[in-house]
Design a protein around this ligand. Sequence first.
Ligand SMILES: [Zn+2]
Length: 546
Amino acid sequence: MMTKKAIATLLMLVSIVSFSQKKADNNNPKLVIGIVVDQMRYDYLERFASKYSETGFKRLMSEGYNLKNTNYNYVPTFTAVGHTSIYTGTTPSMHGIISNYWYDKELKKSIYCVDDSNYNGVGTTSKAGKKSPKRLYTTTIADQLKMFQMGKGKTIGVAIKDRSSILPAGHSATAAYWFEGGDAGNWITSDYYSEKLPKWVKKYNKKKYSDEFLNSQWNTLYDINTYTESLIDENDFENHFKGEGNSSFPHDLKELRKTNGNYSLIKKTPFGNNITADFAKAIIKNEKLGKGEYTDMLTLSFSSPDYVGHQFGVDSKEVEDTYIRLDLVLSDFFKYLDTQVGKGNYTLFLTADHAAIPVPSYMKTLKIPSGYFEGDDILAELNKAILSKYNEEDLIENISNFQVFFNHDKINEKNIDLNDFSNFIVREIMKVEIVYKAVTALDMQTTTYSKDILNLLQNGYNQKFSGDVLFVPSPAYIEYSEKGSTHGSGFAYDTHVPLLFMGKGIKQGESKKPYVITDIAPTISSLLGINQPNGTNGDIIIEVLK
Ligand SMILES: [Zn+2]
């Protein structure tokens, strides 16, 4: 007869044995890496192909799976929204990150997506560290991985931009790091994640790796005359660095850092990618990612291409040079993964958080309809119309992110019918020359739009946070300076992005089938055999999985 104690011991042994067997059977990659290139248009893969190495972007294409027809499926296409949608598998209508900044209807002021005054910076005393993912309403892939593994495995976010680090890594992240510019030049975090920086990060920050680039020049990597995939170096469609009389190479960074916010300058150069990749490698090494029993996840975002695109425009020599250099940064990073984590032990994907528009003032020279508008002008027009019909002022509180926010207190107080007023604003805003389409929030709540621009508007419309009337400017009309590129629309120039998968569990191949950005999260979830994030409404991209 076995004693109770003996039975308990035996059961424990059996469970240990079966547990360890289960771990041995687990065929998941040791490390999942999500790479987001901020503002990467799909066409950069094709346009700069002759300048890329065989071991960067082209390695993703030759070893991995290239989904050539992947688009964003909502408006507005901004950074915070893009990063969130990639990792949650859903759109602003569900995850709540409706823009980078938006007008908060309750607080009656503009708020920033990851600001959180409840937390303090770690590695900084400035408000650059007072951040958290509290405005994100759903889980990310990283959260689901954490839950699947009962809290085991490390999930870490890294990007120059705080929002691009914090939102992908999710609520339960082990850590998230972003770069503080100004005179600091350090990778920092918030006490949402941990009370202090790991020793190795403190040591790493002392190295001041950015100085290697900022005490030097930014010249083109290859002879500028071979950069035939971009406009002439000095053109009318680029912004300048502060204190630089022209926009030609070389850019004297050592001189420019004095007038461009010291360490902040590196963000606007391709070398922001170098410091990000170097820090990502340090994370992998020091946190031993991919070395443990459980699957780890690194969400990595390269922010600098966005700054360069905004400043110089998508057809500039600066953008071409940025991608030629990023290709080599990626090549080096992949080689590092091969040796540090081991080829066959990791799975990665690469995509972008949005694309960008060719500079409209340049398109005008090609006689393509394009131009600029000011939200304030639209507001002034609407206010004039409201005054003449209702004899009232201040019925609109804010116009931002292509949405009009009403003053509901005053509309109630004056007994104005909300439906009538909404329809009136739609009619009036349609009189603005550059407005292509407008709909009421009431439409968004009561009608289901299954395709085209209204579907994208609906996916971006969050009943709790969005405005009362939504409008769509005509293609190629932007609210921006007449130099440089921007993004935000639901048109192909902003929605079409690269999507490549590579590594364990991924087939080799390519496809022109249409996919949407919200398909990434369910695909990675399926590969890992874990639950999809709790708001996911994308589909598994079956053809990429082995
Ligand atoms: Zn972005």
